[in-house]
Design a protein around this ligand. Structure first.
Ligand code: C2E
Ligand code: CA
Ligand code: CA
Ligand code: CA
Length: 281
């Protein structure tokens, strides 16, 4: 019998069949997740680093499946992207987050909500019109919506990306680049894109207190952002030491377990009404 080549052995390895099978199972279940009410949004507060005032929340999706249990977005968002399911799921996320922001406003809590937009969603035809329609349908003032985009989503066709971003800006939406410093960091596009904020990736925040390199990169990111009149949001802030270092470096906003994990809507409502301003130390 012929010997199998290296690539054949790899291709037929049971591990991979399990992985591929598991992926299909997840995709199949994910297809019905929204209609079965298995998706829910949690909200993580963001605060002004100097005053401690709550300045917004980020919506983060959760998937609770009866058979699979809690599936992390780090696992199912990539599957949703590759299968195209991110488009209907993303519409649901946007609609739900806008409706929640409006409900908070009606309760006297005027808090902008940030929604993550995946690359596939951003590139899907008619994204600007869909976002506009969702805002109109929910009745949320666009100034209370922030969209978090990633660096990679706009690299393919920068001119088209600029067009889409400009139509978001024309509506009054705040635009933020997420995970800054982890992608194909290309500084030149920063000044061409109509951005408002930049999120310093949590890997830099995590390492800044013990790695001089991470601190140097963080401070360089802050300097570039400020020279372009962008505000900086630090994510993944877990300790007072990180908070103080960021404050000293003139970072404007922060988000992280130090003051709150992402919370279910009702818990977040309580958090927002009790702690309009945090005591940070
Ligand atoms: P991301 O947008 O960078 O979100 C930040 C992640 O860091 C969230 O993980 C959040 O729970 C976590 N985090 C917040 N504070 C801390 C902290 O102090 N320490 C640490 N270690 N982690 C912290 P999560 O919710 O598991 O989401 C993971 C990723 O999945 C997100 O990264 C985003 O890329 C994606 N994702 C989540 N929700 C959505 C969504 O609604 N739409 C899209 N397109 N992607 C989403
Ligand atoms: Ca984000
Ligand atoms: Ca991020
Ligand atoms: Ca991230």
């Amino acid at each position: 019998a012929k010997q199998l080549g290296r690539s054949n052995i790899q291709y037929y390895s049971p591990d991979m069949r399990v992985a591929a099978g598991k992926r299909l199972t997840l995709e199949g279940k994910l297809r019905h997740a929204a209609e079965n009410n298995e998706l829910v949004l949690h909200y993580q507060p963001k605060a002004d680093i100097k005053s401690g005032r709550i300045v917004g929340v980020e919506a983060l999706v959760r998937w609770q499946n009866p058979e699979l249990g809690m599936v992390s977005p780090g696992v199912f968002i990539p599957i949703a992207e590759e299968s195209g399911l991110i488009v209907p799921i993303g519409d649901w996320i946007l609609r739900t987050a806008c409706a929640q922001a409006l409900a908070w406003q009606q309760a006297g809590l005027h808090i902008p909500v940030a929604v993550n937009l995946s690359a596939k969603q951003f590139q899907a035809p008619g994204i600007a019109a869909r976002v506009r329609d969702t805002l109109e349908a929910t009745g949320l003032d666009p100034h209370y919506l922030e969209l978090e985009l990633t660096e990679s989503m706009s690299m393919g066709n920068p001119e088209k990306s600029i067009d889409i971003m400009q139509s978001f800006k024309a509506l009054g939406i705040t635009l933020t680049i997420d995970d800054f410093g982890t992608g194909y960091s290309n500084l030149s596009y920063l000044q061409r894109f109509p951005l408002d904020k930049l999120k310093l990736d949590q890997s830099f925040v995590r390492d800044m207190t013990h790695s001089p390199e991470a601190l140097a990169i963080s401070q360089a990111v802050l300097a570039v952002a400020h020279s372009l009149h962008l505000k900086v949001v630090a994510e993944g802030v877990e300790t007072l030491e990180q908070l103080q270092l960021l404050a000293k470096s003139n970072c404007e906003e922060m988000q992280g377990y130090y003051f709150s994990r992402p919370l279910p809507a009702e818990d977040c409502t309580r958090f927002l009404s009790e702690k309009r301003r945090l005591s940070l130390q």
